[in-house]
Design a protein around this ligand. Structure first.
Ligand code: AMP
Length: 182
């Protein structure tokens, strides 16, 4: 199969919901991709392809859709999995970072002992929009000494400029499909 055919298949498997969660947003719903066995496998295979056979210590997934993809990616690369969660959800000692959303601030956390200094880490989430969420996750991982090999997403919304934010942190970005707008 050509790369274009795979991309078309992934695009077709993602459902778009207009005006969710609020007016003007085109919500790219990947639950339909996850429910399509072939598309799910192709997406995970394509995400990990550059690292097949290389040593990756940990996959960090962003709550909540990043957990589903990150778990599958970790399995495929024989790596561990580290959850990055909204504040107050993790039971042990955490490190925390505040980041801005469209309206106001939020905070995310990971366990203090989840990453060893020098670990090779790949960050995974379903979609990058403005990049604010992934940027905060990268800063959190770097503060614990992670070497971030890459940040991977199924969907890029290039009009919102998230990729550039991560590249400014020297984090290479891998995405599989693009949608215009937001
Ligand atoms: P951002 O911090 O702006 O890059 O937003 C990324 C996070 O918000 C990801 O965890 C996405 O799941 C979610 N998100 C943002 N915009 C959309 C969208 N249009 N469709 C689906 N999810 C979105």
């Amino acid at each position: 199969m050509t790369e274009q055919t795979i991309q078309d298949e992934l695009v077709d498997s993602i459902r778009t919901i207009r005006d969710y969660p609020k007016e003007g947003i085109l919500f790219r719903d990947i639950t339909t991709l996850l429910g399509n066995a072939r598309a799910f496998r192709r997406a995970v295979d394509a995400l990990v392809q550059p690292w097949a056979g290389s040593k990756v210590d940990q996959i960090a997934g962003i709550e909540a859709r990043g957990f589903i993809l990150g778990g599958a990616v970790a399995h495929q690369l024989s790596a561990g999995f580290v959850p990055i969660r909204k504040k107050g959800k993790l039971p042990h000692e955490t490190v925390r970072i505040a980041y801005s959303l469209e309206y106001g601030l939020d905070e995310m956390e990971m366990h203090k002992d989840a990453i060893q200094r020098g670990d090779r880490v790949i960050l995974v989430d379903d979609l990058i929009a403005t990049g604010g969420t992934a940027e905060a996750a990268c800063k959190l991982l770097k503060s614990m000494g992670a070497n971030i090999e890459a940040a991977c997403f199924i969907v890029d919304l290039p009009d919102l400029g998230g990729r550039k934010k991560l590249e400014e942190l020297n984090v290479p970005v891998r995405t599989l499909v693009e949608f215009p707008g937001h």
